[in-house]
Ligand binder design. Structure first.
Ligand code: MN
Length: 193
């Protein structure tokens, strides 16, 4: 059984950038649903193997990818935000950002622009791609589509409507601005190392 992560801060500690009400629904209801779904799928897969009945396998594999990725991305997301700490990228990460994007501002502009136009329900990510030895920005549809295999997520931003609609309505720009304010670079720097 996969256990849910413990939120490393209190529900109201991201205010005013991220409301306690939004975080409560996001973490306690939606995220935990993904944990429940993932565990149910694992059980169903085990039953299928035991009975050698794979008539539902296509659906189960699809659900595994969706819900499993939903768990992983949400944990990365909840962990890379936190109470405002005025954190900064490490010198080594900043150097790589400048090498791959030209400047920190160019990186931030690309990430913001890509986040704004994520289609329907999805994510925006800064990732390290070992094969290219390069940082890239990715959009992700749902939780599992449009990835680059082998990439290592560094920054993860949830662009599903449930992540911002209650507080920011349809104003994605305001939500993304708020995200930059609660982004915990200490965690990003650790991931980078
Ligand atoms: Mn979410």
């Amino acid at each position: 059984m996969v256990q849910p992560m413990i939120l490393p801060y209190s529900l109201n500690s991201l205010e005013p950038y991220y409301s306690a009400e939004t975080l409560n629904i996001h973490y306690n209801v939606l995220y935990k649903n993904y944990i429940t779904n993932l565990n149910n799928i694992q059980t169903k897969l085990q039953i299928s193997r035991g009975s050698n009945d794979f008539s539902n396998i296509k659906c189960l594999e699809k659900d595994l990818s969706f819900n499993g990725s939903g768990v992983i991305l949400h944990e990365l997301f909840f962990n890379n935000i936190g109470p405002v700490l005025r954190t900064q990228p490490s010198l080594s990460l900043l150097e790589q950002i400048k090498r791959d994007f030209g400047s920190f501002d160019a990186f931030k502009n690309q990430f913001t622009a890509a986040s704004k136009v994520v289609e329907a329900s999805g994510w925006c990510l800064l990732v390290w791609v070992p094969r290219f030895k390069k940082l890239e920005i990715l959009q992700c549809e749902k939780h599992q589509n449009l990835t680059l295999w082998g990439c290592i997520p560094l920054i993860v931003l949830d662009m599903w409507e449930h992540s911002y609609f209650l507080q920011y309505k349809a104003d994605r720009s305001k939500y993304i601005d708020a995200f930059w304010n609660i982004l915990n670079w200490n965690i990003i720097n650790k991931r980078w190392e």
